[in-house]
Design a protein around this ligand. Structure first.
Ligand code: DAH
Length: 343
């Protein structure tokens, strides 16, 4: 029996030594230590031995078992360390094309717009989404109880447990909050654009969102006239949408400009013929604008007798839907890759 055990040990050790991968090692383990493995079978003969042989052979059997188990464990560690054998590579096999991401249509539009404005001397600025009542309304000639505040469904922040008064801070309802911030910092002449998100408590549908992008801007200096405003807006729209695009201005009231206007451009879907997108008018509204109100200039420390300027707020999300002829604003915030892959 002892001889049989030693033969099993020697066989196992030489096989373990020669093993070249983990699968082979696993097979060796089964061959010797498995339920019907060679060593297991031999051990089943132990009870048949005589009383004085049993303890002696028992010790040898245990040792053989331990030696085999140790050797398998060690070989396993060794095999883990060895590098896999290099496989032959078929360099002619066609590869798998990696999916490469790209800019969102919103970013594409934003970057292109910023480039167009930079070409004509505007600098780009960034501002906070959370704003004080002061910059969002007060500076802009919209004092407390001004009826125009009602047109901007404001989302105020909960100021309980803070030392801020209720109604003091809100998500900015328009990019115009930056007018005060910029003019207070830079003395005229100044030409700036400030793209960013605006937030309103709106019922979401195909043409309204509770958060949307605007591209606001202003130009202030000596002798800036309304025709400069018309010229600049028309230039930008034609650069972005093509020279054949028409732009028209219509009187409109905003408390922070005097006079104020809204600009419309030829509908990109029907090219001005009239369709459901433009409610059969052939025109779509794209921005509000006007000559900055003297009260606003005063509030930021400018002298309205010496300088004048214009400002506008363009619906940037609207620019994207118009460029790509999307009939639903919600597509811009839908993360569905099948939509995004089309741009
Ligand atoms: N803030 C206005 C809005 O969100 C848009 C606007 C109108 C901005 C006239 C201006 C402006 O700067 O001069 O509806």
């Amino acid at each position: 029996m002892e001889h049989e055990l030693l033969t099993i040990k020697n066989n196992a050790m030489s096989l373990i030594f020669d093993a070249t991968d983990k699968r082979e090692l696993e097979e060796i383990k089964l061959q010797f230590l498995g339920r019907s493995g060679e060593l297991t079978k031999a051990l089943k003969g132990l009870p048949k031995l005589s009383a004085d042989e049993k303890p002696k052979i028992g010790v040898v059997a245990n040792e053989v078992k331990n030696i085999i188990e140790d050797a398998i464990r060690q070989k396993g560690v060794e095999l883990n360390k060895t590098k896999p054998v290099l496989q032959k590579i078929d360099v002619t096999e066609p590869g798998i094309k990696p999916e490469i991401g790209h800019l969102h249509p919103m970013s594409l539009t934003l970057f292109e717009m910023v480039d167009i404005f930079k070409k004509i001397g505007f600098q780009a600025a960034d501002g906070p989404d959370i704003e004080t009542d002061h910059y969002n309304f007060e500076v802009l000639n919209m004092h407390k109880n001004h009826p125009a505040r009602d047109t901007q469904q404001s989302l105020y922040l909960d100021t309980r447990n803070s030392n801020i008064n209720p109604g003091e801070i809100l998500l900015r309802t328009h990019g115009s909050n930056m007018q005060g911030r910029i003019m207070e910092k830079i003395s005229p002449p100044v030409r700036a654009i400030y793209p960013g998100k605006a937030f309103r408590y709106e019922q979401v549908d195909a043409s309204h969102g509770f958060e949307f992008w605007q591209l606001e801007g202003l130009a202030v200096g000596e002798n800036i006239k309304m025709t400069d405003l018309f010229g600049t807006m028309t230039y930008i729209v034609k650069e972005f949408f093509g020279q054949e695009t028409e732009v028209k201005f219509v009187c409109h009231n905003f408390p922070f400009v005097e006079p104020g206007a809204e600009a419309y451009m030829t509908c990109t879907v029907c090219r001005g013929k009239g369709c459901s997108f433009c409610k059969n008018s052939g025109w779509v509204e794209i921005l509000g604008c006007g000559m900055i109100h003297p009260n606003v200039l005063k509030a930021v420390g400018y002298d309205p007798e010496k300088v004048s300027g214009f400002a506008w707020g363009m619906g940037l999300s609207r620019m994207v839907t118009l460029r790509y002829q999307m009939d639903d604003l919600r597509l811009l915030t839908n993360p569905d890759i099948r939509i995004l892959e089309q741009f």
